[in-house]
Design a protein around this ligand. Structure first.
Ligand code: HEM
Length: 210
């Protein structure tokens, strides 16, 4: 089915507001005092959950392209990446501003006691690097290095799941679901990588014999 440039712009606007809606609903719930007994924790956890969900959605777009043999999923890769960054930044801000009341002493005290926070910070640093270099201009400027750099999204996926698995004390059901999704997505990527390597090796061999 042919979709014009204007059509894609319209679809992108709808998807944009769909991605923003969890944030708007959370703000609304906060204002209406609907976040339960511990609203700061609920806000913090929900934003972390959405950051991880958007990371999974972004990673699923390439496999979706292969499965559907359509290129449209890749049109949304940048938006999903930026929404991952947006939710992760909000998650971080709620922690620093509302949880720790911007207390540097508390932060320095808490981090060594909770290594999962270090893993969260590491993941966030990767997301910053990916967000800064996500523009078309950066893509052009970095050339082949851009592709290499953006493979870090897989490292971010693994470390985000480790962050979640590590912080959960008893019920690991939900983090295990994310770990399984990440396992499947990374498996898909690895399978493609091996396939491509084999194809290149076969081509080189064919050329050297002719
Ligand atoms: C910027 C650095 C980060 C810090 C300082 C941080 C810190 C935290 C803390 C303190 C918790 C709550 C732990 C508890 O009270 O038991 C948490 C939960 C969580 N974080 Fe992070 N985090 C960071 C980055 C990230 C990133 C980048 C992601 C995902 C891409 C993420 C996803 C989650 C998830 C899914 C939860 C659990 C939410 C739930 O239980 O429903 N975090 N984080």
């Amino acid at each position: 089915m042919y979709i014009s440039k204007r059509g894609w712009s319209f679809i992108k606007i709808i998807i944009f507001f769909l991605c923003l809606s969890p944030f708007l609903l959370l703000i609304n719930d906060t204002i209406q005092d609907q976040l339960g007994a511990n609203p700061i924790q609920a806000l913090h956890f929900n934003l972390g959950d959405w950051a991880l969900r958007f990371l999974c959605i972004g990673l699923a777009l390439k496999p979706l392209k292969r499965l559907t043999k359509q290129s449209w999923p890749l049109r949304f890769r940048r938006m999903m990446g930026l929404f991952t960054f947006f939710y992760a930044s909000s998650h971080f801000l709620v922690y620093i501003v509302l949880d720790l009341s911007l207390s540097w002493e508390e932060f320095v005290d808490e981090v060594p006691k909770s290594p999962y926070i270090l893993v969260g910070l590491f993941t966030y640093l990767l997301l910053i690097a990916l967000a800064i270099t996500s523009t078309k201009a950066m893509q052009k400027r970095l050339g082949k290095r851009w592709v290499q750099l953006h493979k870090l999204v897989y490292v971010a996926g693994i470390s985000a799941v480790i962050h979640y698995l590590w912080l959960v004390k008893s019920d690991i059901g939900e983090p295990l679901i994310y770990a399984s999704i990440m396992f499947v997505l990374l498996g898909f990527r690895l399978q493609n990588y091996i396939k491509n390597r084999k194809a290149v090796a076969a081509l080189v061999k064919q050329r050297s014999t002719t």
